[in-house]
Write a protein that binds this ligand. Structure first.
Ligand SMILES: Nc1ncnc2c1ncn2[C@@H]1O[C@H](COP(=O)(O)OP(=O)(O)OP(=O)(O)O)[C@@H](O)[C@H]1O
Ligand SMILES: [Mg+2]
Length: 357
């Protein structure tokens, strides 16, 4: 954990022992809960899916794994949906059910015992969205709820030196949205969010397979293939490997097996990669020379989609920044949030200044 957190002040450490805290990454695809436990975390990963009654979408029947298994397979009167789309809350009632479920898991079904939760949401979330998430957390029983940008949370979770003046940068390439966040002195100095991520790649794979083979595959088949053979175009030597998917022939309506290779995935990912590079270029254009060297030395890529092969090389080729891919890309936001929940003063200016001494 951070040195500045440890040495910061003894009162805070004492208080920490008395409080029950959680960090939550409310993601489009996955919601991750991190509960500090000694100097480690207990982690819970919950699919961001709820099953609701068709005629009353605020009537929640199942959450998480159970709801996920219903996706696309529900009886007529039930639908399984994601409460967040492109990182934004689509339905408050459904997001509330998901958050309550996450808090239940993290607190051992004792949400009343939670003193503090910190929740990471996309950097460009509106004030209304932020307040909605805070409200949900409070309604669920937490006495103190703080909502912070996923990017800042990811930076803290990866152990980047956020309190330093030199500057660091985080790219979080998720399922529904991707954030680029520049941080210096513990605060966000610049941010660019695109509402695109791995979900869009899956959709493009479905379209490509339709065009090439006249076969319609399910979105999960597309995602699985992407995870197995996925890469992005780059000059890196990535082997072109192949996997199979089963879909429905548009000509015969019969099941048909198709081959999906890394190149097809890279083609499907290209529009998203281009948008990401554009956003990154904008951030670099705006960046002051004072921050450039810090960012050059310390930029980390997180989020599930950062695992596509060749992404590190492609970013370097396009914008000249050597990035590091997090070896823990899908839980760092929750971990960072948990660190802030355990010590909210980590974000206060005087703590940042102390840390510089
Ligand atoms: N090995 C992998 N290779 C490529 N993509 C992957 C891999 N593993 C997971 N993904 C993709 O990562 C995405 C999920 O990442 P993550 O959990 O960071 O998203 P999220 O936080 O739920 O979404 P968001 O931050 O956009 O709200 C999905 O699109 C998933 O298909
Ligand atoms: Mg995320």
């Amino acid at each position: 954990m951070f040195d500045f957190l440890k040495k910061n002040d003894k009162v805070a450490v004492k208080k920490k022992a008395l409080t029950n805290t959680l960090g939550i990454d409310l993601g489009t695809l996955n919601t991750v809960v991190a509960k500090p436990s000694g100097d480690k975390f207990d982690l819970y990963k919950i699919p961001s899916v709820v099953a609701v009654k068709k005629e009353d979408s605020s009537y929640v029947l199942a959450v998480g794994e159970e709801a996920k298994s219903m996706l696309g397979r529900t009886p007529e009167d039930i639908v399984a949906v994601r409460p967040l789309r492109k990182g934004v809350i689509e339905s408050i009632a459904q997001a509330e059910a998901l958050l309550v479920y996450a808090m239940d898991k993290g607190s051992g079904e004792n949400t009343e015992s939670i003193d503090r939760i910190v929740i990471g949401i996309p950097g460009d979330a509106s004030e209304v969205e932020k307040r909605a998430v805070e409200e949900i957390g409070r309604k669920a029983g937490a006495s103190y709820v703080l909502v912070i940008s996923e990017g800042l949370s990811a930076a803290i979770g990866t152990g980047l030196p956020i309190a330093e003046a030199a500057g660091t940068m985080v790219l979080d390439i998720g399922a529904g949205s991707s954030d680029i966040v520049v941080i210096s002195l513990g605060g966000i100095t610049d941010i660019e969010t695109i509402r695109n991520g791995g979900d869009d790649i899956d959709k493009n794979i479905v379209e490509k397979v339709k065009d090439i083979y006249s076969v319609e595959i399910g979105i999960h088949e597309a995602e699985n293939a992407k995870i197995k053979v996925g890469m992005v175009h780059s000059s890196a030597e990535v082997e072109n490997i192949t996997t199979n998917a089963i879909g429905k022939s548009m000509e015969t309506n019969k099941p048909k097996k198709v081959e999906i290779d890394s190149k097809l995935v890279a083609d499907a990912a290209e529009p998203i990669v281009k948008k990401l590079i554009e956003a990154l270029s904008l951030v670099l254009e705006r960046m002051s020379p004072e921050l450039i060297s810090g960012v050059y030395n310390k930029t980390v890529v997180v989020g599930g989609t950062s695992q596509l092969k060749g992404i590190k090389e492609r970013i370097y080729e396009e914008v000249g920044i050597p990035v590091e891919i997090s070896d823990d890309p899908m839980t760092v936001v929750a971990k960072g949030a948990a660190i802030v929940a355990a010590e909210p003063r980590a974000l206060e200016p005087e703590v940042r200044l102390k840390a510089m001494k």
